[in-house]
Design a protein around this ligand. Structure first.
Ligand code: SAM
Length: 410
């Protein structure tokens, strides 16, 4: 086994408009929502280009840089900032019927080719005759020879799997439901930590509102999920907690954050929802205060004011919060937190996150909820707000054009 990192294969797309620039500039590029795939590309990985208009596939290319942002900022008129520089492996081969071919190998933009799957796909670029010639040690023709050499290197190389089978795409609706706490090959936070956050919530926020290299802060970081997600997605990160369970989290009270004004690109907070969970015995833990009391919101509002102070203008805060129902009393914690947040920030949206993994998610509790006529908490709110400077922004005129459909017509 060599020490070389395993080689993976990635697919880029182009149209007739961008094909020439891709092939002449040897720079493949895409939009932000495929950013999570591009930043996982390493120098030496293999790349294919699909013209989705002509159904052609071009290959084989090798990445000569890691995937990144704005490697050539003016390329494609700045429309496609996530980029990788490539060089062809031998002559460029052009194949028709790309959709069928990609379907046969179950290749999608967010499903990298790995191990034997990559070898099999590469073999598709080389004729059977050429493969036989290679097996017999004979010389082949030039374009195929380089690919065959590449196949040989792959066969002898590191076949370890070090990338997700499917890289998550960002959510498109305001309802998010993640079956598992983590994603990818490494844990994100500690799924045994009481109140741990589903990692894909943070993943979605950072891919929508930050870019690689930006600084993300979590002032109530618990088991460190935000730190682990940010590292995997190439963001800078600082995590604080009143009682940190691991050494890379800085002990700090979120009501006084030791960071400069206007210095942070995004904040994520999954705060206590009241005193329903015993996080730790620290006296300054806001999770010791009941969400039925005004004090709970007053203390969290101090955290909000600190977030506003450290966030750059126009940047985003995501706050995860759930309601409370205890002993026949409902407390709309989410609405109350929203009301406090809206004193300091401009709303962007509210996401409903399916509340899985609750300790009350058992047959007994579901039965009780039906028998005693109450509801178990089924969702949390992810409140997304933006920091705005005190100066009101000039509002752009909005003209909404609804699509009205006629009713009652066949
Ligand atoms: C819901 S947990 C956060 C979970 C975390 N996102 C994770 O994935 O592990 C809330 C955290 O807030 C912390 N906390 C409570 N009061 C705090 C305070 N005054 N300052 C900083 N952290 C505080 C608790 O210690 C707890 O770890």
């Amino acid at each position: 086994m060599t020490n070389q990192k395993p080689v993976r294969g990635f697919l880029f797309a182009c149209t007739d408009k961008s094909e020439a620039e891709c092939l002449s500039g040897l720079l493949f590029a895409t939009k932000r929502f495929y950013g999570p795939i591009v930043i996982r590309i390493r120098k030496g990985d293999l790349i294919f280009l699909n013209n989705i208009k002509t159904d052609k596939l071009f290959g084989v290319f090798k990445a000569i840089t890691n995937g990144g942002i704005n490697l050539r900022p003016n390329a494609f008129n700045g429309k496609y900032p996530y980029q990788v520089k490539v060089k062809p492996v031998g002559d460029i081969i052009e194949k028709t019927g790309a959709e069928k071919l990609l379907g046969k190998h179950a290749i999608k933009r967010n499903r990298p080719l790995i191990g034997k799957g990559l070898i099999k796909f590469l073999e598709g670029f080389v004729s059977i005759d050429e493969q036989l010639k290679l097996a017999e040690g004979q010389e082949g023709n030039k374009p195929n020879k380089s690919i065959l050499k590449q196949i040989d290197i792959l066969r002898k190389g590191n076949m370890e799997i070090d990338i997700e089978e499917e890289i998550p795409l960002i959510e498109s609706t305001t309802f998010w439901d993640f079956p598992k706490q983590s994603y990818g090959l490494t844990p994100k936070g500690d799924n045994k930590y009481a109140g741990v956050t589903p990692a894909l919530i943070i993943y979605n926020l950072i891919w929508r509102y930050t870019q690689p290299g930006d600084l993300v802060v979590d002032p109530m970081c618990g088991s460190g999920t935000t730190i682990d997600v940010c590292k995997a997605e190439k963001r800078k990160v600082k995590g604080f907690d009143i009682s940190p369970p691991r050494p890379d989290i800085i002990q700090n009270d979120a009501r006084r954050i030791p960071l400069k004004d206007n210095s942070v690109d995004m904040i994520f907070i999954d705060s206590p929802y009241g005193d329903n969970i015993k996080y730790n015995g620290h006296l300054d833990n806001i999770g010791n205060i009941s969400s039925e009391s005004a004090e709970f919101y007053d203390e969290l509002e101090k955290v909000m004011a600190e977030c506003k102070r450290i966030l750059r203008d126009g940047k985003v805060l995501g706050w995860l919060i759930g309601d409370q129902w205890v002993k026949n009393k409902f407390t709309p914690v989410g609405f109350k937190i929203y009301e406090r947040l809206s004193r300091h920030f401009e709303p962007i949206d509210i996401i409903c996150v399916n509340r899985r993994g609750q300790s009350s998610n058992t047959g007994i509790w579901h039965n009780r909820a039906r028998r005693f006529n109450f509801f178990l908490r089924g969702f949390k709110y992810l409140i997304i707000v933006r920091n705005i400077s005190e100066e009101p922004r000039p509002k752009k005129a909005r003209k909404v054009e609804w699509a009205y459909y006629q009713r009652g017509q066949k």
